[in-house]
Design a protein. Structure first.
Length: 215
């Protein structure tokens, strides 16, 4: 974007008024407004020109390699107008690396792509919130059953024997009560021999029968 002599004069006055706004006259304000309108129109014209170049560049890129000369010329003009090369442009320039102009443009486009990646990473890093420690983890208290000398918390508050309140000891469970013995019967339990007495064997007969002789 280039300024003419009249535009530079108005721009110089606008900068002076920015430093000393109380000295601005009605004519100065009108000139500044006209300069602002001219700048806005130049920006809009630049956007329209860049959109036309990008559309024309896509047509020349689709017709490669027959349109190498025209494509390289349009790409260089588009880069000067603020265009950022995309993946298709990088692929096309790698295919045309044998051309000296294409090799120079490839190095330039790779540098621009690297700048864009670094800028995106910097924005993401800035947007990430700082990690915070939960409130429940800011204090580390001693557990009962450790060293006898007592412990102290990280923030300086005493815990254990040095604490204002005594450490509660674990409640001891009472010993289990033995089960009561079975009550003894009032009458003795009879033994099996008493319930079922043994029978006495039968006595042999007095005169056993004599055996008859054979024959």
């Amino acid at each position: 974007m280039a300024f003419g002599a009249e535009e530079l004069r108005v721009l110089r006055r606008a900068l002076a008024l920015a430093l000393q706004p109380q000295t601005a006259s009605a004519e100065d304000v009108k000139d500044c407004l006209r300069l602002a309108e001219s700048l806005d129109e130049a920006v809009r014209e630049g956007v329209r020109l860049r959109a036309f170049l990008v559309a024309d560049l896509a047509r020349y890129r689709a017709a490669l390699p027959g349109t190498t000369a025209g494509y390289l010329t349009l790409l260089e003009e588009a880069l000067g107008a603020g265009y950022r090369p995309d993946v298709d442009d990088l692929s096309a320039l790698r295919a045309l690396r044998g051309n000296p102009v294409a090799a120079v443009l490839l190095d330039r486009c790779l540098a621009l792509a690297e700048q864009d990646v670094r800028a995106r990473l910097a924005r993401r890093t800035t947007a990430l919130p700082a990690p915070t420690v939960p409130a429940s983890r800011t204090r580390l208290l001693a557990l009962p059953g450790g060293l006898s000398g007592g412990f102290r918390a990280v923030d300086g508050e005493p815990v254990g024997e040095d604490a204002k309140e005594p450490v509660r000891k674990p409640v001891e469970r009472p010993a289990p009560t033995p089960a009561p013995a079975a009550p003894k019967p009032s009458r003795p339990v009879p033994t099996p021999g008493e319930v079922f007495p043994r029978r006495k064997p039968a006595s042999p007969p007095a005169n056993p029968p004599q055996q008859l002789a054979a024959g």
